[in-house]
Design a protein around this ligand. Structure first.
Ligand code: SF4
Length: 233
């Protein structure tokens, strides 16, 4: 089981400021620092992290990944997961109270709501990183083959894996047991939830060309942030 300590999930103030668009080197105003302090206090009081994780074989994941058949023809994960050494379906939520408070603040105190939303989004990202490190900490079968393993979370809605893939993922993983539900557009409630497949194996399996047709529309180029995007040939 993955353990999520509050200290690991709580985002660094600098990460929240960056998510809110404050440029590095620019002095934050006293008002924005007070909003950040209040948002972090709310986060500490309301976050109720919970996760579900399930090992799957490549054959089992093939059915999940196929979903309703809406994936891009050259979705990178199609070439990555068959070469993985270990696959886990994964879902995580920060819980209903935090999501409800963000919604309440957006209606009455938009500034604080926006900062709390950024804090929660960063915390959910941190949860994905904790899960990745957890997978990497598991024993490597045939250790020494390909060096230390790297694990990354791949999610429906990104990198050519159609968002409708959430349906098959939920059917196999049952995140409803920790309170995560899907709506008709395949979005998760509570909003501050993440889901996908933890793919662990030699680092080379994660290398991407990042020149797929859908990359032009990518708003979160995680492959570049992780230095996994190979330069164009
Ligand atoms: S830029 Fe990278 S993260 Fe974005 S869609 Fe392309 S391969 Fe995926």
């Amino acid at each position: 089981m993955i353990h999520f300590s509050p200290a690991e999930l709580e985002p660094a103030p600098a990460a929240v400021r960056a998510a809110l668009g404050l440029k590095r080197g620019v002095e934050p105003s006293p008002r924005s620092e007070e909003l950040l302090r209040r948002a972090l206090d709310l986060f500490r009081g309301l976050a109720a992290p919970a996760a579900v994780v399930k090992p799957v074989t490549a054959e089992e994941f093939a059915t999940v990944f196929a979903g309703r058949g809406g994936n891009e023809p050259r979705a990178p994960l199609a070439g990555i997961y068959p070469r993985a050494g270990r696959l886990h379906l994964f879902a995580f939520t920060l819980g209903e109270p935090l999501g409800a408070e963000i919604g309440r603040l957006f209606a009455g105190d938009f500034a604080l709501g926006a900062v709390l939303d950024a804090v929660a989004s960063q915390a959910a990202e941190n949860a994905a990183r904790v899960a990745e490190r957890w997978s990497e900490s598991l024993p490597v079968p045939g250790a020494g083959d390909g060096g230390p393993w790297r694990c990354f979370l791949y999610s429906p809605g990104y990198c050519g894996w159609h968002v409708s893939g959430q349906e098959a993922l939920f059917a196999a993983l049952r995140p409803e047991t920790i309170g995560i539900r899907l709506n008709a557009s395949f979005l998760m409630t509570p909003l501050k939830s993440v889901s996908g497949v933890l793919v662990a194996g030699p680092a080379a399996i994660h290398r991407l060309e990042a020149s797929y047709p859908f990359c032009a529309r990518c708003t979160s180029p995680a492959c570049q942030e992780r230095s996994l995007a190979a330069p164009p040939a």
